[in-house]
Design a protein around this ligand. Structure first.
Ligand SMILES: [Fe+2]
Length: 179
């Protein structure tokens, strides 16, 4: 168990990759998302999902983690597949669905218009706005509401030069969620 916790803390501390198109690191972005979940008094499960939602980017950049499971796919699938051995489905499903949540929300014109140009482009690459059938399917997922909440935090977690927590501040939470 301590292995995965150490691995997560190591990745957050040492991965300096920038969050695509934004002036902050992926680590900072995920910590900000977790802080927003806390601020909105979300469940500890959702705080954990928010903290780990882009972990797939770390896996993609770490040949060791990637090769160990022969996993491929998009970052949300890679992250979810990698982490599901350690965390419950309540935590994993919002991670897996956080891209679908954007495709779901984009059916709303106001939401779509509010997306950045980069986000509109990635939306197309991710399959575009959901059809009615796809949206109905999405709503069948047990934790889709949490995926939508996570999506909102994801979009707001891009502030630069604000004081944020350290990944070690979340160590106890992570340990408490290991299955
Ligand atoms: Fe994100």
């Amino acid at each position: 168990m301590s292995n995965i916790i150490d691995q997560i803390i190591f990745s957050f501390t040492n991965n300096k990759s920038l969050y695509i198109g934004e002036g902050l690191t992926i680590s900072e972005h995920m910590i900000q998302a977790a802080m927003l979940a806390e601020k909105n008094k979300c469940s500890t499960d959702l705080i954990c999902s928010s903290l780990l939602h882009d972990y797939g980017h770390f896996v993609l950049e770490s040949p060791n983690q990637l090769a160990s499971d022969h996993i491929d796919g998009n970052h949300e699938t890679i992250g979810a597949n990698y982490l599901k051995k350690y965390f419950s489905n309540k935590i994993i499903e919002p991670i897996l669905l956080h891209v679908d949540a954007k495709k779901y929300l984009a059916r709303n014109k106001k939401y779509f218009d509010g997306l950045s140009e980069a986000s509109k482009i990635s939306l197309q690459l991710q399959g575009g706005i959901m059809s009615i059938v796809e949206a109905k399917q999405f709503e069948q997922s047990k934790n889709y509401r949490n995926a939508i909440k996570l999506r909102r935090f994801d979009e707001s977690a891009k502030k630069q030069n604000i004081k944020i927590k350290d990944i070690k501040d979340y160590k106890e939470l992570l340990i408490s969620k290991i299955i």
